[in-house]
Ligand binder design. Structure first.
Ligand SMILES: C[S@@+](CC[C@H](N)C(=O)[O-])C[C@H]1O[C@@H](n2cnc3c(N)ncnc32)[C@H](O)[C@@H]1O
Length: 303
């Protein structure tokens, strides 16, 4: 890679842009929250679709805001505000930033391609420290500490619960046996160890055997499911009547939380589900962007 091209920031390929706009329905004079700014693809699409609306965008990853925020602030003067924070603490953030109920909220859960390719610990294909924290200044616990210190049963539960890894017990036992001999410090150390613990090892043309373990650890370190559970009711309260909440999930456990919350609100007669069937990416999008294959969009309107 030339020095010039290495300076170009990596951009996350946003999924389901057309569908997000359809269900968020940005209107003139409206204010919309994008609580997972990433590299701003959805924020930009909203601002472009409705030239008389504003967006307030949040992200927990400060580097994402600092890298991808400034060009959009310049392109849409006075229409975009950026806030660094965890959407699990949306209530506090809205209060602190003096944000009144809004016309629509978008959450595109999970990780960005910048995090996978540039932050330490997220990818098993890059040899980096086992970190995996989305916001190191807000979080103490790293993936390294989990791997090195958690009891065998806890490791096994993490791999089973968040990764649906059928060899969870076996992998946890291997980790505990290995870590007393020498610390498991890097992504490569862990990926190799998991591959050794699995019956088939690494097979050409198949996903790496450590994929589910990495996913499970990331969800655990960043408390991703707890964050979504905390976010849903506060987001709902932060909407004006008639406002829409649009959520995109990439994991069945995330989607289950969204689906359940939406059903509860509809049963309480305070909301209407706009997506009776989950919305997935078109075949064309799935061909162009592999990551969109697991995206699941659901939308709800507050009554
Ligand atoms: C799938 S990416 C979003 C991509 C974005 N929609 C775009 O178009 O570029 C998910 C983003 O959510 C952020 N994120 C994850 N958990 C978060 C949380 N609890 N609070 C705020 N942001 C979070 C990540 O840092 C990441 O940038």
């Amino acid at each position: 890679m030339s020095e010039e091209s290495s300076k170009i920031p990596l951009v996350h390929k946003s999924v389901l842009i057309h569908e997000v706009l359809t269900y968020l329905e940005p209107k003139p004079g409206g204010t919309y929250l994008d609580v997972t700014f990433g590299s701003g693809g959805h924020t930009k699409a909203i601002l472009q679709r409705e030239p008389a609306c504003n967006v307030i965008a949040f992200d927990w990853d400060k580097v994402s805001l600092e890298t991808h925020g400034p060009p959009l602030l310049e392109q849409f003067p006075g229409r975009l505000r950026l806030v660094w924070g965890n959407f699990a603490h949306l209530y506090k953030l809205l209060k602190k930033e003096n944000i009144a109920p809004v016309d629509g909220i978008l959450a595109d859960f999970g990780t960005s391609q910048m995090q996978i390719f540039e932050r330490p610990g997220f990818s098993l294909y890059r040899d980096t420290a086992l970190d995996m924290r989305m916001s190191p200044s807000h979080q103490k616990l790293t993936a390294y500490e989990v791997i090195q210190q958690a009891p065998q049963e806890t490791l096994s539960e993490i791999f089973w619960e968040f990764g649906e890894e059928r060899y969870a017990n076996r992998i946890a036992r291997c980790i505990v046996e290995e870590r007393v001999k020498r610390p498991i410090q890097t992504t490569t150390d862990l990926a190799k160890l998991v591959a050794r613990a699995m019956p088939g090892g690494v097979k050409k043309g198949y996903i790496h055997p450590a994929t589910k373990v990495f996913q499970a650890l990331r969800i655990y370190v960043n408390k991703e499911l707890d964050n979504i559970s905390a976010f849903m009711p506060v987001a709902f309260n932060g909407l004006k009547p008639g406002g829409n909440l649009v959520c995109i999930s990439f994991h069945s456990l995330e989607d289950r939380l969204v689906k359940q919350y939406f059903r509860d609100k509809e049963r309480e007669d305070v909301a209407q589900i706009l997506t009776p069937r989950v919305v997935v990416a078109s075949t064309e999008e799935q061909e162009l962007n592999k990551a969109s294959r697991s995206a699941r969009l659901r939308a709800l309107r507050k009554i």
